[in-house]
Design a protein around this ligand. Structure first.
Ligand code: UGA
Length: 428
């Protein structure tokens, strides 16, 4: 099938590469010329395992990128909206990129003759947005009618950074939120060949499924962090508790790793956006608010732990191992490391940082207030206290930590490794 994708960010690029890998003919559109040129040179603009080699096998025969919607773009079978969505302040959800994409796509559809193209909203948007915002814009700018001249579907994604390609090609479930049966049939055809449970719902239910998935994962993490904080006060290892409760299939062992909290562009944002939606409807989301509050305070607990053990941090040399919000990515959005570094600086510590992937991005946040080491060993050698904030493999080498006070925020070291070390875990 011929597929267009508007937005070549994380979701758009992985979706495009995944669909091209499945045999479709894909055109990606992004206003960022630099990104488009990189993709056309088979270089991935994002740090994602396997994406470079996938691009090399797909570009230009099955996948290409453009800065503008060209004539003929409207002749594709399906157009996915994958632009950045609802980055919110405390009261508003921002749909401006989705709205701009809908207008552009509408104009392309206006020139189209014959067949039934389907517009697919993959960007995470609040429930009701496709019906209330996207469809009216598509209709206005195309001069055509949704459900008659073209289809509109909501098809949220569940890709995790670091494993996004396999998540795309081997998903647990595909959510098909539909306006009409004709549109559903097109989307089913797009995903033919993928073996997954297909859930068919209406548009706003599909949108809610995405918010509820991420909010539930966030809730699990804040839950185990709260249990972990209580465990720490009692001298109990939260990982032993999590292992045992996770053996109950009603609970499951996933998302029970206690630590410094969840970061990234999705769990924090979607939980917050869902709270905003609830408040707008006159419902106070007490649980979601608490999930965010626990998460907001969690990174600071590691700094408090260090201060309790070492006394004032003023003038102390602190090494940060790991900045990315999780291993396998260079993404620093809402990374708990940012709060830890800022708090250490606020309390007067001298900070040296090391991350195998996220250092370039970190330099944009702290051009000169921290020092950048070239290896974990070099960072640790300059410090009295070591803070482990991302579970990169290379930080598991216990020899790194001899003679240092170690504060582990991600359970990187096993209890069997730490005897003989001056070691503390945040929840164990
Ligand atoms: C998340 C969801 O897992 C995906 O299903 C979803 O598609 C994506 O958001 C999205 O909405 O686009 P991602 O942001 O890549 O994916 O990150 P996760 O792997 O879910 O991890 C999020 C954060 O939670 C990380 O900081 C991680 O360290 C933390 N976490 C996760 C814990 O602290 N403990 C755990 O047990 C699990």
């Amino acid at each position: 099938m011929r597929i267009g994708i508007v937005g070549a960010g994380y979701v758009g690029l992985v979706t495009g590469a995944g669909l091209a890998q499945m045999g479709h003919q894909v055109t990606l559109i992004d206003i960022d010329r630099h990104k488009v040129e990189m993709i056309n040179r088979c270089e991935s603009p994002i740090h994602e395992e396997g994406l470079d080699s996938l691009l090399r096998s797909l570009v230009p025969d099955r996948l290409k990128a453009n800065v503008e919607i060209e004539d003929g773009f409207g002749n594709v079978d399906a157009i996915f909206i994958c632009v950045q969505s609802s980055s919110s302040d405390n009261e508003h959800l921002d749909l401006s990129y989705v709205m701009a994409a809908a207008r552009d796509i509408g104009r392309a559809l206006g020139n189209r003759r014959g067949e039934y193209p389907v517009v697919v909203v993959k960007s995470t948007v609040s429930p009701g947005s496709t019906e209330g915002v996207v469809i009216p814009l598509l209709e206005q700018s195309s001069g055509k009618r949704a459900g008659i001249d073209f289809g509109v579907m909501a098809n949220p994604e569940f890709l995790r950074e670091g494993t996004a390609i396999s998540d795309f090609l081997e998903p647990d479930r595909i959510i098909i939120g539909g306006l009409d049966a004709k549109g559903e049939a097109v989307l089913e055809e797009v995903y033919r060949g993928i073996n997954a449970t297909v859930v068919k719902v209406d548009l706003k239910t599909a949108e809610m499924i995405k918010f509820a998935s991420n909010a539930f994962l966030a809730t699990k993490v804040s839950f185990i962090n709260e249990i972990g904080n209580i465990c720490k006060l009692l001298g109990i290892d939260a990982y032993k508790v999590a292992g045992a409760i996770g053996a109950d299939p009603r609970i499951s062992p996933h998302y029970l790793r206690a630590g410094i909290g969840f970061g990234g562009s999705c769990l924090p944002k979607d939980t917050k956006d869902l709270s905003i939606v609830a408040r707008r409807l006159g419902y106070e989301p007490t649980l979601l608010r608490s999930v965010l509050e626990v998460n907001e305070r969690q990174p600071l607990r590691l700094v408090d732990l260090a201060e309790k053990k070492l006394g004032s941090l003023r003038g102390r040399r602190a090494a940060i191992l790991g900045l990315a919000f999780k291993p396998g990515t260079d993404d620093l959005r809402k990374a708990p490391s940012i709060q830890v570094v800022e708090e250490l600086l606020r309390r007067g510590a001298v900070v040296v940082v090391y991350d195998p992937a996220a250092q370039i991005r970190a330099k944009a946040i702290w051009p000169d207030v921290v020092t950048y080491a070239e290896s974990a060993r070099q960072a640790v050698s300059q410090a009295d206290a070591v803070f482990i904030l991302t579970e990169w493999e290379e930080f598991k080498d216990v020899r790194l930590y001899a003679g240092k006070a170690v504060f582990d925020g991600r359970r990187v070291l096993k209890p069997s490794d730490v005897s003989g070390l001056n070691y503390d875990g945040i929840c164990w």
